[in-house]
Structure formats: C-alpha cells, structure tokens
Design a protein around this ligand. Structure first.
Ligand code: HEC
Ligand code: HEC
Ligand code: HEC
Ligand code: HEC
Ligand code: HEC
Ligand code: HEC
Ligand code: HEC
Ligand code: HEC
Ligand code: HEC
Ligand code: HEC
Length: 318
C-alpha cells in the first residue's frame, strides 16, 4: 500500500492529533495519482500548505467529521483526499507570482462557478445509493439545488442533519413555509420536536411533494395512526386526503384547519335540507338566530369527523 507522508507543518493541530494515531501518514487506498492525470502527487499535504491558516482554518474541520477518517476505505481520505471532491488540483496548487491568481478548481455551493451537475457528480460517486433513485427526477435536482445547497462538509456538524437546525437551512429558500411556521397553530417544528424530513424525503421520492411516504395520508399515518381506521363509516375526504381540511405547515385555525367549521364543511356540503338546521332558525330556539352561530357548529353533532366505528354512526354523529 502506498502511503502519503504528511510532512507540512500544514497538518495543523487538529490534523496532527488525528494523524498521530497511525504514525503521521495518510493511508492512500488506491494507486497514487500523478500530475499527468491532473491530481497533485502529494494530495492533502499540497493543499494544506496553503489552506491551513487564517480565514481558511475552517477547512480543517473536515477532519472532525465522518469524511475526515482515514480508516474508512470508502472515505475521501483513504482515496484522493481533498481531490476526491474538489477534483484534479495540481494546476491550481502551483505557486503563482504576486498579482496572478491560482488556476481554478472545482468549488461547491449555490454561489459556485462549477455547474451543479458536476458538483453533485463528485458526491454521487460515493453516495449514489444514499441519495437514492429518486434524486435525479427530484424537484430539487431539477431546480439546480445541489447537494451542497443543503449539506456542508467543512463544518463539525452538518446543520441539515440536526433536527434543531434543519428548518433554518430549508427556510433560506422556502420563505412561505418560514412564514407559516410562525402562525398560531403549527406542527411543533419551532419547538425543535420535529424536522421537515419527517414528512419530506429531501432527496426526492416517488410520491407528490417529495413526501416521505407514497401519499399525503400515508405520511400523516406515520404519526397519527389512529386516523387510518379502518372505519365502519368512513368520511370520504378523510380517507382520501387529509390536506383537504388540514394544512401541514401552519394555520390561523385550531387543529391546523384550512377553514373554521362550518365554512370548512360547507365547501362541500350544502345546508339545504339538513334535518337539524332549520330554514327559519328563529323558530327553533336552541339554534339561536342562525344555524351558523352554533358554537363549534357542525362538530357539536358530527363529532367523528374522521370516520366512525359506531353501528349507528353513519352520519358521523357518534
Ligand atoms: C500555492 C497555494 C495553494 C495551494 C497549494 C492550493 N491552493 Fe487552493 N487556493 C489558493 C488561493 C490563494 C485561493 C483563493 C484565491 C483564488 O480563488 O484564486 C484558493 C482557492 C481554493 C478554493 C476555492 C475557494 C473559493 O471560495 O473559491 C478551493 C476549493 C481550493 N482552493 C482547494 C484547494 C485544494 C483541494 C488544493 C490541493 C489540491 C489547493 N486548493 C491547493 C491557494 C492554494
Ligand atoms: C470518496 C467517497 C466520498 C465522497 C466523494 C463524498 N463522501 Fe460523503 N461520506 C463518505 C463516507 C465513507 C461517509 C461515512 C458514511 C458512514 O459512516 O456510513 C460519508 C458521509 C456523508 C454524510 C453523512 C454524515 C454524517 O454525519 O452522518 C453526508 C451528509 C455526506 N457524506 C455528504 C457528502 C457530500 C455532500 C459530498 C459531496 C460534496 C460527499 N459526501 C462526498 C464518502 C464520500
Ligand atoms: C434539500 C436539502 C438536501 C439536498 C439537496 C441533499 N440532501 Fe442529503 N440529506 C438531507 C437531509 C435533511 C438528510 C437527513 C435525512 C433524514 O433525516 O432522514 C440528508 C441525509 C444525507 C445523507 C446521510 C445518509 C442518509 O441518507 O440519511 C447523505 C450521505 C446525503 N444526504 C447525501 C446527499 C447527496 C450526495 C446529495 C446530492 C446528490 C444530497 N444529499 C442532497 C438534505 C439534503
Ligand atoms: C467530501 C468532499 C470534500 C472533501 C474531501 C474536501 N472538500 Fe473542500 N469543500 C467541499 C464542499 C462541499 C465545500 C463547500 C463548503 C462546505 O461544504 O463547507 C468545500 C469548500 C472548500 C473551500 C472553500 C472554503 C469556503 O469557505 O468556501 C476550500 C478552500 C476547500 N474546500 C478546501 C479543501 C481542502 C484543502 C480539502 C482537503 C483537506 C478539502 N477541501 C476536502 C467538499 C470537500
Ligand atoms: C437552495 C435553495 C433550497 C433549499 C436550501 C431547499 N430547497 Fe426545497 N425547493 C427549492 C426549489 C427551488 C424548489 C422548487 C420550486 C418551489 O417549489 O419553490 C423546491 C421544492 C421543494 C419541495 C416541493 C417538492 C415537489 O416535488 O413538489 C419540497 C417539499 C421542498 N423543496 C422541501 C425542502 C426541504 C425539506 C428543505 C430542507 C431540508 C429544502 N427544501 C431546502 C429550493 C430549496
Ligand atoms: C407534518 C408533515 C409536514 C412537515 C413537518 C413539513 N411538511 Fe412540507 N408539506 C407537507 C404536505 C402534506 C405538503 C403538500 C400539501 C400542502 O402543501 O399542504 C407539503 C408541501 C411542501 C412544499 C411544497 C409546497 C407547494 O405548494 O408546492 C414545500 C416547499 C414544503 N412542504 C416545505 C417544507 C419545509 C421547508 C418544511 C420544514 C420547515 C416542511 N415542509 C415540513 C407536509 C409536511
Ligand atoms: C413525525 C410525526 C408526525 C407526522 C408525520 C404528522 N404529524 Fe401531525 N402532529 C405531530 C405532533 C408531534 C403533533 C403535536 C401534538 C401535540 O401538540 O400534542 C401533531 C399535531 C397535529 C395536529 C393538531 C392537533 C391539535 O390538537 O391541534 C393535526 C391536525 C395534525 N397533526 C395533522 C397532521 C397531518 C394532516 C399530517 C400529514 C400531512 C401529520 N399531522 C403528520 C406529529 C406528526
Ligand atoms: C373533513 C375535514 C377533515 C379531514 C379530511 C381530516 N380532518 Fe383531521 N380534523 C378535522 C377537524 C374539524 C378537526 C377538529 C376536531 C375537533 O376540534 O374536535 C380535526 C382534528 C384533527 C386532529 C387533532 C385532534 C384529534 O382528533 O386527534 C388530528 C391529529 C387530525 N385531525 C388528523 C387528521 C388526519 C391524519 C387526517 C387524514 C387521515 C385528517 N385529520 C383529515 C377535520 C378533518
Ligand atoms: C372536501 C369535501 C368535504 C368536506 C370539506 C367535508 N365533507 Fe363531509 N362528506 C364529503 C363527502 C364526499 C361525503 C360522502 C357523501 C356521500 O357518500 O354521499 C361526506 C359525508 C359526510 C357525512 C355523512 C353523510 C351521509 O349521508 O353519510 C357527514 C355527516 C359529513 N360529511 C359531515 C361533514 C362535516 C361536519 C364536515 C366539516 C367538519 C365535512 N363533512 C367536511 C365531503 C366533504
Ligand atoms: C344539532 C346537531 C347537528 C348540527 C349542528 C349539524 N348536524 Fe348534520 N346532521 C345531524 C343529524 C342528527 C343528522 C342525521 C339526520 C338523519 O339521519 O336523518 C345529520 C346529517 C347530516 C348529513 C347527512 C344528511 C344529509 O343532509 O344528506 C350531512 C352531510 C350533515 N349532517 C352535515 C352537516 C354540516 C355540514 C353541518 C354544519 C353546517 C351540520 N351537519 C350540523 C345533526 C346535526
């Protein structure tokens, strides 16, 4: 096996601490790259000679992450090291005269000059199965949102993988969901008890809206299993699509409803002919001056709005 000596003072404290484990060498898991292939013969050593100090110091944080391990033969530091991701860097690594600039090298993130597809290909080299088969057809990939729009690798923790920090990463682009998250009724995302990725598959899915499960309802049932039924008497819209009545991200109405009843119910049900709602309300005292002034309205009687298992629950009143 070929080993790369890390000779530069470059290694810096963080690196030295790691390297001392196996005698100050970076074990290379494959044939050494040569300058003709465009890779720099001394790998990370070359890069760290210029990138280990000052404003660049955060670069070293990678050695505190899963990517920084040299013991994992699948990882970059058992392979082409920095250049596993940044691509051939020999030309870039040439020292230049004052006033001249370094030759370009592959960079990452939304502001990068490197095409998103090329950036992603570098990650997918190792992560094709993690990203999954839906990635290439996903709305994110289609909209040029690459891996590095969400993930960071030169940080001790990747925010998008942390429940508490993930929403902020998403809200950077999803302003509407940010706004909804401040409404009176929400899923407990802002209390750090839930993450977007419990309902959404961030790398895309076969279902609509990149939902984690095949349909809206299946996604909801993951946590609200009691709403699945089976019910003797189903309420058609609940069996069909929870989002006909609920919003997932935030609402001004209790129980995350899109509308308050009775308006909610009246989107689909006409008042006419209702056995319990008189056409001349004032004639039936308990109903007050208008059937719609019933507190809680339809739900006062139709309590089993998600479906009923009561033998005589066909009208969802029990
Ligand atoms: C001789 C010093 C030197 C060496 C060696 C060197 N770099 Fe650089 N690198 C620079 C300088 C200076 C810049 C910033 C100026 C520029 O963009 O031209 C830079 C910029 C970068 C950037 C882009 C940062 C940005 O925001 O655009 C990356 C990524 C990078 N280097 C990676 C590497 C890798 C990987 C290696 C090893 C293969 C390496 N560098 C070797 C000096 C060096
Ligand atoms: C040379 C192979 C290789 C390349 C290239 C690579 N990775 Fe990784 N990555 C790994 C390995 C190995 C792990 C550790 C996996 C494990 O422990 O199961 C990992 C872990 C991760 C993790 C999980 C980290 C965690 O803390 O659980 C993320 C996210 C990730 N990589 C994203 C990326 C992104 C984004 C890119 C491109 C910028 C990339 N990777 C490029 C090999 C690679
Ligand atoms: C929209 C943001 C976003 C994009 C774009 C994205 N990821 Fe992820 N990625 C996540 C989130 C969120 C998780 C955590 C998933 C979870 O908790 O179930 C994750 C998890 C991972 C993991 C850890 C293993 C796993 O599946 O749990 C790897 C590896 C990874 N992503 C690689 C990639 C690669 C490679 C790309 C580009 C092809 C990419 N990601 C694009 C948000 C994103
Ligand atoms: C697993 C893939 C991967 C490896 C390995 C990797 N980088 Fe990076 N690098 C990235 C990504 C992605 C970014 C964008 C910023 C981030 O994710 O933190 C980046 C950003 C940078 C930047 C720009 C910093 C900035 O502030 O924008 C420099 C410089 C750099 N890397 C140098 C290196 C050097 C030197 C090494 C080897 C010690 C290395 N990288 C190893 C993926 C990688
Ligand atoms: C760099 C910007 C960016 C980031 C970061 C980002 N997204 Fe997106 N997302 C987009 C764009 C652009 C679209 C497509 C246009 C739209 O619907 O706004 C999209 C679409 C979506 C969709 C709709 C998918 C579909 O197929 O209809 C969902 C769901 C989504 N994003 C969730 C997330 C989640 C969850 C995160 C954080 C883990 C996230 N996004 C991070 C830019 C981003
Ligand atoms: C409780 C489950 C759930 C959670 C948590 C969740 N979503 Fe959604 N999201 C949905 C459902 C269901 C839809 C599709 C129907 C709708 O828009 O109500 C959706 C749709 C979306 C869309 C597409 C909207 C459109 O109109 O195209 C985006 C973007 C999105 N979600 C982003 C996010 C982000 C960002 C987070 C985290 C802050 C998040 N979601 C958390 C369930 C969820
Ligand atoms: C990852 C688990 C999870 C998923 C998936 C999920 N929820 Fe929730 N849901 C919760 C939690 C936790 C609460 C808050 C419960 C509490 O505060 O007592 C909640 C609360 C609610 C509430 C409000 C309850 C109230 O009393 O105000 C409604 C309505 C709701 N969810 C509907 C949905 C719908 C519709 C979906 C599918 C789009 C869904 N949920 C998906 C976990 C989940
Ligand atoms: C026809 C409209 C409608 C549909 C469709 C609907 N709901 Fe509801 N949901 C309501 C109403 C109205 C309430 C408030 C009940 C109350 O205040 O007693 C509610 C309350 C809830 C609550 C909180 C109170 C409780 O009963 O636990 C959850 C959770 C919930 N719904 C989940 C779901 C899920 C999951 C689906 C999809 C299977 C769904 N809902 C479909 C109208 C609906
Ligand atoms: C998205 C449309 C929609 C909404 C909103 C809706 N329903 Fe329904 N409802 C239906 C459909 C469709 C049926 C099945 C009608 C049938 O089988 O003839 C139904 C059936 C019913 C039935 C049983 C009727 C029967 O004859 O078996 C009752 C009671 C009922 N809904 C009450 C409500 C209440 C109360 C609300 C508000 C909380 C509501 N519905 C909201 C569409 C809706
Ligand atoms: C005072 C109690 C009460 C209130 C309030 C009430 N209902 Fe009913 N509703 C009933 C009863 C009882 C039945 C069954 C009548 C029967 O079996 O003949 C019924 C039947 C229904 C039916 C099925 C019969 C039909 O009309 O075809 C629907 C749909 C319905 N209600 C919707 C609503 C909606 C929507 C509201 C709110 C605007 C509402 N109900 C308010 C008691 C009530």
């Amino acid at each position: 096996m070929f080993t790369r000596p890390v000779t530069s003072r470059a290694a810096g404290l963080a690196l030295l601490a790691m390297l001392s484990i196996d005698g100050i060498t970076l074990a290379l898991g494959q044939a050494p790259a040569d300058t003709e292939s465009g890779y720099s013969p001394r790998g990370a050593d070359t890069c760290l000679a210029c990138h280990d100090t000052g404003a660049d110091a955060p670069v070293l944080a990678i050695f505190e992450t899963a990517h920084g391990s040299r013991d994992d033969p699948r990882g970059p530091f058992a392979q082409l090291q920095c250049e596993s991701c940044h691509g051939p860097g020999a030309a870039h690594a040439q020292r230049v005269r004052r006033g001249e600039s370094q030759a370009p090298i592959r960079t990452f993130g939304p502001q990068s000059g490197t095409p998103t597809e090329e950036q992603d290909a570098a990650c997918l080299d190792c992560h094709a199965s993690d990203a999954g088969p839906a990635w290439h057809a996903s709305t994110h990939a289609f909209n040029d949102v690459g891996c590095a729009s969400c993930h960071t690798v030169h940080t001790t923790s990747d925010a998008v993988l942390e429940r508490a920090q993930q929403p902020a990463v998403c809200y950077d682009c999803h302003q509407r969901q940010r706004m909804q998250s401040t409404m009176a009724f929400t899923h407990p995302i802002r209390y750090e008890q839930m993450a977007c990725s419990q309902c959404h598959a961030p790398h895309g899915s076969a279902g609509e809206y990149a939902l984690a499960r095949a349909s809206v309802n299946d996604t909801c049932f993951a946590c609200h299993a009691e709403k699945r039924g089976p019910f003797l008497w189903e309420h058609a819209p609940a069996s069909e699509d929870c989002s006909l009545c609920h919003t997932a991200h935030g609402s001004m109405h209790p129980a995350l409803l899109r509308q308050r009843p009775p308006l909610l119910c009246q989107q689909c049900h006409s008042q006419a002919g209702h056995p319990s709602v008189p056409s001349t309300p004032a004639t039936i005292p308990p109903f007050g001056t208008s059937p719609l002034s019933l507190v809680g309205s339809c739900l006062n009687c139709h309590i089993s709005v998600h479906g009923s298992n009561h033998p005589s629950g066909s009208t969802l009143t029990r």
